[in-house]
Design a protein around this ligand. Structure first.
Ligand SMILES: Nc1nc2c(c(=O)[nH]1)N[C@H]1C(S)=C(S)[C@@H](COP(=O)(O)OP(=O)(O)OC[C@H]3O[C@@H](n4cnc5c(=O)[nH]c(N)nc54)[C@H](O)[C@@H]3O)O[C@H]1N2
Ligand SMILES: Nc1nc2c(c(=O)[nH]1)N[C@H]1C(S)=C(S)[C@@H](COP(=O)(O)OP(=O)(O)OC[C@H]3O[C@@H](n4cnc5c(=O)[nH]c(N)nc54)[C@H](O)[C@@H]3O)O[C@H]1N2
Ligand SMILES: [Mo]
Length: 636
């Protein structure tokens, strides 16, 4: 039988998938050739996902920890125990914490938050992913929109500020390739050593975390040599303080801060000064710094002042809101607005410090917080201090290992949902194409069973109501029936964002940032900036044990000053004030000499886990995680 479904991984592409299942025989999955963005192909992660579904390590039954040992229990017992605990702790609902991740995306996933919200439990805020950049765009434009991604092929130039086109989004890569075929040229700005060479005509190798200074240097030069278009300024606010902030630095100071030469600034100016439309891509890496939001805001300001916003072939692209096209008001219905929230990037610390009341019960679903949030050891300790921790997941990862009770979750392809995308404009219907194995169950099933056991009762809507209501967004003109029939529908967002320089702040104007913060120096004894980047083959920490190389690899430039002090015959350790990790050191051509790269997501309990070395720190906006602010050293 052939079914059209969609990928719900936390990946921008949200591919439309054609799945062919023959009873007891074959299972075949490919990218939907009829979907305008998927265009018939998908990535490697999906093949690994299918392997993961069938892995012998998959947790297939509820597991309860007793005296440090895991015991298999039945669902009745597991659910009764959860209900008993919740009924007990709900007398003081803020002592219960629910934290949800994006292990699988989809509208129905919000039912868990609704359930705990209606109890009045403690919530989470912020994100481990893209929050600083997201808020930067909202501050600038008044909303988070960009041109339809297909408009990229109308660009004559593309300036790629740190997206790894060879890894993070195969369909963005395909779009860039198409644009180049049509004659577009691509400039990449990154610390180097990434997979962008074959996608780029030129490259500027920037010092990590300092994009705002390069953008500011270009703006400063445009102010002083070119003159700024008064028409653009008339559509903005805060021009004077912005200009002052930029001009309070000399060009030499700005260039020194980002480690670049006047010739490299000329290159960037040459690209942005073109009258033909120039598109700007803003990656997520540059916002994972203390001044990450500011980095994104200065890039946007440059794109605007150079005249490339609000037109076809131009625009500034960043992650859209994954749920922006759906109406999730139902998930807030009956949920008290006040209460208490814990910030995702600093969750461990906040749990440890919480009083009045302390957290007594925690429920984690779709998130490997011990592995993926900074300061893993602190997160682990925090979980160990909570009386009753439930983790809904399919693998015994670093977070599940710290639980009291593990509930085995269904995974992508095994659950029905409705999903948006943070990259393209399509909302998709996601039918289940496989049954969950053994006793694995969907998050929805678990919550509905729990809801039945609550006293006094907690109501949650049925899936059909959730799907229908989620589609009542002003951005959609469809019904559940139509979506089921067609598989995907486009939002009615205009193909060009902010046309005529009409922005989404109440006064219709763009906002400039009013400060440019200096980049703090590396702390004594820790000279290398640690970039903990994604892997091509895996989704974050969703890696099978057999695919994890221990000791994990770390990469430095051939001219990295740290190399000369190391004895290659001995073990190499990466060290930060938080901890020490044995690594296998490799040399990577083209990488900035002040950088060490690590491909994140491997498990701490197996000898990986880079977040052991990273301290928890917030970004300047959005409650984001400043992972790449971390400095380390290498030693034997
Ligand atoms: N295969 C795969 N794809 C994924 C994911 C995955 O886990 N695996 N995860 C998805 C998710 S949730 C996300 S958020 C995205 C992340 O997608 P990306 O943002 O593309 O990924 P990163 O690896 O975080 O960073 C990309 C590049 O940023 C550059 N960089 C680092 N610091 C700076 C800086 O200060 N300035 C500039 N200009 N460049 C810098 C580095 O060269 C790095 O190669 O990928 C999504 N796609
Ligand atoms: N050092 C460092 N750390 C980072 C980053 C970084 O740049 N540096 N960036 C990060 C980024 S971009 C992101 S998005 C986050 C990702 O952080 P997480 O969301 O924690 O990432 P995953 O490893 O994908 O973990 C998701 C978990 O959900 C489980 N899961 C999958 N499907 C389901 C389901 O349907 N139900 C339930 N209950 N569980 C399910 C998976 O098995 C997996 O264990 O962390 C980041 N962590
Ligand atoms: Mo992310």
């Amino acid at each position: 039988m052939k079914t059209i479904t969609a990928c719900t991984m936390d990946c921008p592409d949200a591919c439309s998938l054609v799945v062919t299942v023959e009873e007891g025989k074959s299972f075949r999955l490919r990218g939907n050739p009829d979907h305008p963005i998927t265009a018939g192909f998908t990535c490697k992660k999906i093949r690994n996902h299918v392997r993961r579904l069938q892995s012998p390590d998959r947790i297939l039954h509820p597991l309860l920890k007793k005296n440090g040992k895991w015991n298999r229990i039945g669902w009745e017992q597991a659910l009764d125990l959860c209900a008993e605990k919740i009924n007990h702790y709900r007398g003081e609902p803020l002592s219960i914490l629910n934290v949800q991740g994006s292990g699988a995306l989809g509208a129905l996933k919000s039912v868990t938050g609704l359930f705990f919200g209606r109890l009045g439990a403690s919530r989470f805020r912020g994100s481990l992913c893209d929050a600083a950049g997201y808020m930067a765009f909202v501050h600038d434009f008044g909303s988070r929109r960009n041109n339809d991604i297909r408009d990229l092929t109308n660009a004559s130039r593309i300036i790629n500020w740190g997206k790894d086109l060879s890894r993070s989004s195969v369909h963005l890569a395909a779009m860039v390739r198409r644009a180049r075929k049509k004659g577009a040229r691509v400039l990449t700005i990154s610390p180097g050593g990434d997979g962008n060479t074959s996608f780029s005509d030129d490259h500027i190798r920037i010092r990590p975390g300092t994009d705002r200074f390069l953008a500011a240097a270009a703006i400063r030069r445009m102010i002083q040599s070119d003159g700024i278009d008064a028409h653009i300024i008339s559509h903005t606010k805060h021009w004077s303080p912005f200009r002052q902030a930029v001009e309070s630095w000399t060009e030499a100071q700005l260039l020194e801060s980002c480690g670049l030469t006047p010739a490299e600034l000329e290159t960037l100016l040459f690209w942005y000064r073109q009258k033909d439309p120039t598109a700007t891509l803003v990656g997520t890496a540059l916002q994972r710094y203390r001044y990450g939001g500011e980095n994104a805001r200065f890039i946007n300001a440059l794109a605007l002042l150079a005249g490339h916003i609000g037109r076809s072939g131009g625009g500034s692209y960043y992650h859209l809101h994954a749920y922006g096209a759906l109406n999730l008001d139902w998930a807030r219905d009956g949920v008290p607005r006040s209460g208490r929230s814990f910030c995702k990037p600093t969750m461990g610390k906040e749990i440890l410090e919480a009083t009045d009341p302390p957290i007594r019960m925690a429920w984690f679903n779709g998130i490997n917080i011990v592995n993926q949030a900074a300061n893993s050891r602190q997160s682990k300790k925090a979980l160990e201090g909570v009386e009753f921790v439930v983790v809904v997941d399919a693998f015994m990862n670093d977070t599940a290992a710290a639980a009291n009770l593990i509930l085995p979750s269904a995974l992508m392809l095994e659950q029905e949902d409705v999903v948006g995308s943070y990259f393209h404009e399509y909302v998709q219907y996601v039918p289940a194409v496989l049954p969950p194995p053994a006793e694995a169950r969907t998050d929805y099933w678990i919550m509905s069973e729990l809801a039945r056991r609550m006293n006094p009762p907690v109501e949650i809507p049925d899936p059909e109501t959730v799907f229908s209501q989620s589609l009542t967004s002003p951005l959609l003109e469809t019904t559940l029936e139509e979506l089921r029939e067609r598989g995907f529908v486009r939002t009615n967002r205009p193909p060009v964002a902010y046309e005529e320089l009409q922005f989404d702040h109440a006064d219709g104007k763009y906002r400039f940032p009013i400060a440019l913060h200096p980049e703090p120096n590396p702390p004594d004894g820790y000279p290398l900036r640690l970039l903990s980047l994604i892997r091509r083959e895996a989704m974050h920490s969703q890696i099978l044990a057999e695919d994890q190389e221990i000791p994990p690899a770390a990469w430095v430039a051939p001219d990295c000053p740290a190399i000369s002090g190391l004895d290659p015959a001995k073990d190499v350790f990466m060290v930060s004030p938080q901890g020490r990790l044995r690594v296998r050191l490799e040399v990577l051509q083209g990488l900035h000499p002040e950088v060490v790269v690590y491909r994140r997501g491997d498990w701490m309990k197996l000898g990986g886990g880079i977040n052991q070395l990273i301290r928890e720190q917030l970004t300047d906006m959005g409650w984001g995680a400043a992972y790449y602010d971390q400095y380390v050293r290498l030693e034997n």
